[in-house]
Design a binder for this molecule. Structure first.
Ligand SMILES: Nc1ncnc2c1ncn2[C@@H]1O[C@H](COP(=O)(O)OP(=O)(O)O)[C@@H](O)[C@H]1O
Ligand SMILES: Cc1ncc(COP(=O)(O)OP(=O)(O)O)c(N)n1
Length: 267
């Protein structure tokens, strides 16, 4: 069985963060492991508290994982402090991690800031150059490219700028800010659009975490970047399309839409 590691924050409501990542990895057929960067007290209406782990403890978790069950892919999500980003960069280098997917999580849909300004600089300097692919949404793409993104043409210009700056593939996600759920992958082969029908579902909590984990799972299984993105997008469309409706705010998706509840022990 192929293996994947998520390095991210815990979402107590289970819709985003580590919990979304693990559900996604299981449903996509890989063995899931985690290194927790922070605990959040969070539900579908917002984030009420964040408690970061220490850099040393994050390193301990990464040592424990990499020296025992080596991950075929690594997904990185919420990392709010520079010290933690530096710890991740050091360990990924030490263990020669492969298939690194960085979701540069900055602000939750509910409006909570999930990274310090100083840590954004460290992310740019230390982690993005190590990534195989980064998956910013439109506001994150604006921060990384230093330009406004207001149209599909702007998406191409911004993704190219990020690709050239950090030397990794860029999947700029159109989901939240544009009319359609069209995402743009920029690689050394240039731009490629992945078109998606916008699903009329207000429950989009954790879409970014979920897509990046699906892509990491697909890379772990040996897919090309294009296939990993295409299949990842299919997965998120099905999870959103399952129309789960939980909580008072923007609720979670049904990550396990393909999991059956009527299994039986065969004798
Ligand atoms: N309503 C929707 N219908 C279909 N796909 C969506 C919808 N909202 C987001 N997506 C898709 O979910 C993925 C995550 O994108 P996005 O929601 O922009 O990320 P983030 O959670 O980081 O803001 C993208 O593939 C995007 O196109
Ligand atoms: C612990 C934690 N990590 C990441 C996020 C943000 O998740 P994302 O997938 O970008 O989803 P939305 O916040 O846009 O719904 C989070 N909320 N919590």
């Amino acid at each position: 069985m192929k293996t994947a590691l998520t390095i991210a924050g815990s979402d107590s409501s289970g819709g985003a963060g580590i919990q979304a990542d693990i559900k996604t990895m299981i449903t996509n057929g890989v063995y899931a492991m985690s290194a927790v960067t922070a605990l959040t007290a969070q539900n579908t209406t917002g984030v009420t508290g964040i408690m970061d782990v220490t850099g040393d403890f994050l390193k301990q978790q990464l040592d424990a994982v990499f020296t025992d069950i080596y991950p075929d892919a690594v997904k990185i999500g919420m990392v709010s402090q520079s010290e933690l980003i530096e710890a991740i960069a050091e360990k990924l280098k030490e263990y020669k991690a492969k298939n690194i997917v960085v979701d540069p999580v900055m602000v939750a849909t509910s409006g909570a800031k999930l990274i310090s300004d100083e840590a954004i600089d460290t992310l740019k300097e230390k982690l993005l150059p190590m990534a195989d692919v980064i998956t910013p949404n439109i506001p994150e793409g604006e921060v990384l490219s230093d330009r406004k993104i207001e149209s599909p043409d702007d998406m191409v210009t911004a993704a190219k700028a990020i690709f050239e700056k950090y030397g990794c593939a860029v999947l700029l996600k159109g989901g939240h800010a544009m009319n359609d759920a069209n995402d743009l992958l920029y690689t050394e082969e240039g731009p490629q659009w992945f078109y998606g029908k916008k699903i009329d579902n207000p429950n989009t909590h954790g879409t970014g975490c979920t897509l990046s984990s699906a892509i990491a799972s697909n890379l772990a299984k040996g897919m090309s970047m294009k296939d990993a993105v295409e299949k990842g997008k299919e997965y998120i469309s099905l999870a959103l399309g399952a129309m789960l409706n939980l909580g008072a705010g923007s609720g979670p998706m049904n990550h396990g839409f393909a999991v059956t509840t009527d299994w039986e022990v065969t004798k």
